[in-house]
Design a protein around this ligand. Structure first.
Ligand SMILES: [Zn+2]
Length: 480
C-alpha cells in the first residue's frame, strides 16, 4: 500500500515537473529584432537652448508667494527668440499667464489630434545641496557632451526637444497630417492645477479628443533590470490613484507631571503602527503581467520557470517584488504617514493628535477600499478617520498596449535603440497627464532618454546623445 502511494506521489511529482518545464518553454515570446536606423546629427543650437532654458529659474515652490514670476516672463521671451518659426506659424494661447498651448493645424482636421506635453517649472535646489553640485545648479554648464543643471532632465529637456523638432520641421515648411497641440505647463511640480488642469479642461470644451497624449514618465532603463542585459524601455500606460487620510484623536490632556495611562498621542501612535504593520492585498496587475511576459525571454531559466508558472509561484514572485521599494509599489497600494501634528508646550499633554497618511492606489482598488482597510487596521473608535476629497484621484484608466499609438511608439523605439525590450508599465508617481485620462484613449508617459542623472537631486544632467534621441523621437512621432 505504502509502495503504491509512494509511486503515485512520484508520478505526480514528475508530472508537475513536466508541466512546469513545458510551460516555461511554451509561453516564451521571441525577443524582437529590428534594424536600427541612425539618428541624424544633433543641431548645434539644441544643447545651447537647453543650457539657456536651465539658466532661467522657473522654480515652483510649495509656498506660492516665493515663486518669482519675472523668471517665468523671461522664459516666455526665451522661447519666442529661440523658436521664431514656432511663434510665427503656430497659434499660441496662454493659461493663467504662464502655461501655453501651441496649435499646429494639420492637413486633415478630421484626424484626431496629438497632444505633446511638457512642463517648464522645476523643483528648487536646497541650500545644503548646492555645495554638493559639481557645477552651480542653474548654470546650464555644457561639458563632456553633457548639459548640467536643474531641469536638464525634469522636464525642460522635453520642452526643448519638442520645440527643436517642430522648429526644424517648420523651417522645411512641413505641415503635419493631423493637428498637434504642444501643451506646456508651469506648475507641474505643485499639482498642475493652474497649468495642465486648466489646459485639459479647455481642450475638453473645444471637443478635442486626442488620439495620443504624450507626457514624461517612462524612460529607457539600464539600471533596474540589469539581468536582462538589454536596454528596457518602459512606457507608462496608467497611474496609481492618490488619496490622503486624516486620523485624529481627541482625549482631554493635562499636566505632563501626572499622565493618564493613555494620551491622544499614544492612541494615535498605536493607530499609525497598526496601519504600517499591515498591508493591502498585493496584486499583479494586467500591466505588471504584461511587463513580466515581455521580459521573460531575457531572464535566466529559473526565473523563466517561475514567471511561466505563476499559477503556482505567484506568492514567490510577489515576495520577490516586495523586496525593493520601487517594485513593491508596483504590486501594492501603499500607505505612509507624511504629516504629524500634536502638542504646543513641553509640559502640557495635548488634547488632540493628528496624522495624515498618503496613499497611492493600485488599479483595481479604490480609495473606499483603502478607507475600509485603514478603519479595520486601526480598529479603535477613538480614532476619527476621514478621507480628504480635495486631492483625491482614483487609479487612472489603463491605456491598452494594443492601442495603435502605443504600437507606433514601440516601433519608433525599436528603430532607435539597439536590442531594446519595450513594455507598458504602471506609473507609481503622478504627472500632469492625469488630467487627460478621462478624454483620451491613449495617454502615454515616455521620454526617449537612456542615461540621465540627478532627477530632483544633485548633479541633474543629460548627455547630448539623449537630447538628440528625444528630438528624433518627436520628429518620428510627428512625421510618421
Ligand atoms: Zn516632471
Amino acid at each position: 500500500m505504502l509502495k503504491k502511494l509512494l509511486k503515485l506521489v512520484g508520478v505526480l511529482f514528475l508530472a508537475l515537473i513536466v508541466v512546469l518545464v513545458v510551460n516555461t518553454f511554451r509561453g516564451n515570446r521571441v525577443l524582437p529584432k529590428y534594424t536600427v536606423e541612425g539618428t541624424p546629427a544633433l543641431n548645434d543650437t539644441a544643447a545651447l537652448h537647453l543650457s539657456q532654458a536651465i539658466q532661467i529659474k522657473t522654480i515652483s515652490f510649495g509656498d506660492t508667494l516665493a515663486i518669482d514670476t519675472v523668471e517665468f516672463i523671461k522664459f516666455k521671451s526665451f522661447l519666442e527668440t529661440s523658436y521664431p518659426n514656432v511663434h510665427a506659424k503656430l497659434a499660441r494661447q496662454s493659461f493663467n499667464q504662464f502655461s501655453y498651448v501651441y496649435k499646429w493645424t494639420g492637413k486633415d482636421t478630421s484626424l484626431q489630434p496629438y497632444v505633446l506635453m511638457a512642463h517648464m517649472d522645476v523643483v528648487p535646489v536646497e541650500a545644503v545641496a548646492e555645495s554638493k553640485w559639481t557645477v552651480p545648479s542653474f548654470s546650464g554648464t555644457i561639458k563632456n557632451d553633457t548639459i548640467w543643471g536643474r531641469g536638464a532632465v525634469d522636464d525642460k529637456v522635453s520642452v526643448i526637444a519638442i520645440l527643436e523638432s517642430v522648429e526644424q520641421l517648420l523651417k522645411q515648411n512641413y505641415t503635419p497630417n493631423r493637428t498637434i497641440y504642444l501643451c506646456f505647463g508651469h506648475d507641474e511640480e505643485i499639482s498642475g492645477k493652474r497649468g495642465a488642469k486648466v489646459i485639459s479642461n479647455w481642450l475638453k470644451e473645444q471637443n478635442v479628443k486626442p488620439a495620443l497624449v504624450l507626457d514624461e514618465g517612462g524612460q529607457i532603463d539600464t539600471k533596474h533590470f540589469k539581468q536582462l542585459n538589454r536596454p528596457f524601455a518602459v512606457i507608462g500606460t496608467s497611474e496609481k490613484g492618490y488619496a490622503n487620510f486624516d486620523l485624529s484623536v481627541e482625549i482631554p490632556g493635562g499636566h505632563s507631571s501626572m499622565p493618564a495611562a493613555e494620551t491622544a498621542i499614544d492612541v494615535l501612535n498605536k493607530a499609525i503602527l497598526n496601519i504600517r504593520a499591515h498591508s493591502m492585498e498585493p496584486a499583479i496587475t494586467p500591466t505588471m503581467q504584461e511587463l513580466l511576459d515581455r521580459t521573460k525571454a531575457a531572464e535566466s531559466f529559473g526565473k523563466r520557470l517561475v514567471l511561466s508558472n505563476l499559477w503556482l509561484f505567484k506568492g514567490l514572485m510577489i515576495n520577490q517584488l516586495e523586496k525593493s521599494k520601487e517594485t513593491n509599489a508596483m504590486v501594492h497600494t501603499t500607505l505612509v504617514p507624511t504629516i504629524l501634528h500634536s502638542g504646543i508646550k513641553d509640559n502640557v499633554i495635548p488634547t488632540v493628535a493628528k496624522a495624515t497618511f498618503n496613499s497611492r492606489i493600485l488599479p483595481g482598488q479604490t480609495s473606499e477600499d483603502v478607507l475600509n482597510f485603514v478603519i479595520k487596521a486601526v480598529n479603535d473608535d477613538r480614532v476619527v478617520i476621514k478621507k480628504q476629497t480635495i486631492s483625491l484621484m482614483e487609479p487612472s484608466p489603463i491605456t491598452s498596449y494594443d492601442n495603435p499609438e502605443f504600437k507606433k511608439m514601440e516601433q519608433i523605439i525599436y528603430k532607435t535603440v539597439p536590442d531594446v525590450i519595450v513594455s507598458p508599465f504602471l506609473m507609481i508617481g503622478a504627472t500632469d497627464s492625469r488630467y487627460y485620462r478621462s478624454f483620451s484613449d491613449a495617454v502615454l508617459n515616455f521620454s526617449a532618454v537612456q542615461d540621465v542623472k540627478g532627477f530632483h537631486g544633485i548633479d541633474e544632467r543629460i548627455g547630448k546623445t539623449d537630447l538628440n534621441r528625444m528630438i528624433f523621437f518627436y520628429n518620428q512621432l510627428i512625421t510618421k
